[in-house]
Ligand binder design. Structure first.
Ligand SMILES: NC(=O)c1ccc[n+]([C@@H]2O[C@H](COP(=O)([O-])OP(=O)(O)OC[C@H]3O[C@@H](n4cnc5c(N)ncnc54)[C@H](OP(=O)(O)O)[C@@H]3O)[C@@H](O)[C@H]2O)c1
Length: 333
């Protein structure tokens, strides 16, 4: 008999999540049935969307999330023992599944381990997973960058932002990253090839942008919203294009606060397009293949902030929300 550990939502988050909002519980799993397999989590993802998404979850349900899991028992020939899946199993240590798509139409994805070579399987919840697809489609299909244009990325040292900036460099853009510490900025400019960095906690964003892009910029990939975005929009060229990916600046705020973006939107005649990576779920394979190729060619570099231990999921989650991660925040069981 296998005992699964799960994190159950007990209270809706108010402000920053509290440890008492979720409970670590145990669940006895039955024997697997025909067409089912049992998988053991190896890497679990902690992502900003979880902070917002729980408001839609019923209390006492298991926290949503993606993981890389090893198949340990199987009565489904498509999911053999020893192989790994990337799947939306939630915050669970062990899962029984039949391999069919869930309510959102997404099935466990059998990792092409031979193709991945020496790359870590954890990338399947990072650059080769949902954040990677978001970077790929959110930049290339949403604001259609053209060689020679200038791109600003907020949340630049995180999973999506660090990836977006590097695709920007691959596509011949000038890239300016905005993030919350000078150490993050060093990584962006020295290792990833970003052209400039702005620390939104200590720099005057408006002044720095006028220095780094005196004529204004064409493209903005927005992960944070709030006051950072208000300052960026003032520095965009007429008809500039904005990809609205997220607004983490307000995820933990009871009352969001930022000055109006409309003056810059109107004055600069900007185009802002929101996107959802789920919209591209039937094309994730395309992003996976292209990102894998870029990784193998050394054109994409990655960093992971790894928290050890399933029992530390909550700490990893809050640490990421507070900016403690560089690159992708993951938990290694
Ligand atoms: N639309 C979609 O389909 C989609 C898909 C994936 C992700 N997203 C969104 O993309 C954004 C980035 O996600 P991610 O997974 O790559 O997370 P991440 O950037 O790896 O981690 C979150 C980062 O947000 C920054 N942050 C926290 N509070 C902030 C604040 N008040 N102002 C500015 N920055 C703040 C922190 O970095 P600092 O040290 O720089 O503060 C932290 O490291 C999030 O908004 C997320 O919701 C959207």
């Amino acid at each position: 008999m296998v005992k699964a550990k799960t994190y159950v939502l007990k209270e809706y988050f108010q402000g920053f999540p509290k440890p008492t909002d979720i409970h670590l519980e145990e669940e006895e799993l039955p024997e697997i049935q025909q067409d089912e397999f049992l998988a053991e989590a190896i890497y679990l993802s902690v992502d900003p969307y979880m902070r917002k998404y729980v408001a839609r979850q019923p209390l006492n349900s298991i926290m949503v999330g993606t993981q890389v899991a090893r198949i340990t028992e199987s009565k489904n020939p498509k999911f053999p023992v020893g192989r790994h899946v990337m799947a939306r199993f939630g915050w669970r240590s062990h899962t029984i599944h039949n391999g069919e798509p869930d309510g959102a139409g997404v099935a466990p994805f059998l990792l092409p381990e031979d193709d991945m070579g020496d790359l870590p399987l954890s990338l399947a919840i990072g650059m080769l997973g949902m954040p990677g697809s978001s970077a790929y489609f959110g930049l290339l299909e949403t604001i259609h960058p053209k060689t020679g244009e200038t791109l600003i990325v907020s949340g630049a040292a995180g999973a999506v932002g660090s990836h977006v900036g590097q695709i920007g460099k691959i596509k011949g853009l000038k890239v300016i990253g905005i993030a919350g510490s000078d150490e993050k900025g060093e990584w962006l400019t020295k290792d990833l090839g970003f052209d400039h960095f702005i620390n939104y906690k200590t720099d005057d964003i408006d002044k720095k942008l006028r220095e780094y892009a005196p004529g204004g910029v064409e493209l903005y990939f927005d992960n944070v919203g709030g006051e950072v975005t208000t300052q960026v929009l003032k520095n965009m060229k007429t008809f500039g294009r904005i990809s609205a990916c997220g607004s983490i600046a307000d995820y933990n705020e009871q009352i969001p606060k930022a000055s109006m973006i409309q003056p810059a939107m109107v004055f600069n005649q900007l185009m802002m397009q929101g996107f959802q990576c789920m919209h591209y779920k039937n094309r994730w394979d395309e992003a996976f293949k292209q990102n894998l190729e870029w990784l193998k060619e050394g054109k994409l570099k990655y960093k992971e902030t790894v928290t050890e231990g399933f029992e530390n999921m909550f700490d990893a989650f809050v640490n990421m929300l507070k900016g403690g991660n560089v690159g992708k925040a993951i938990v290694k069981v």
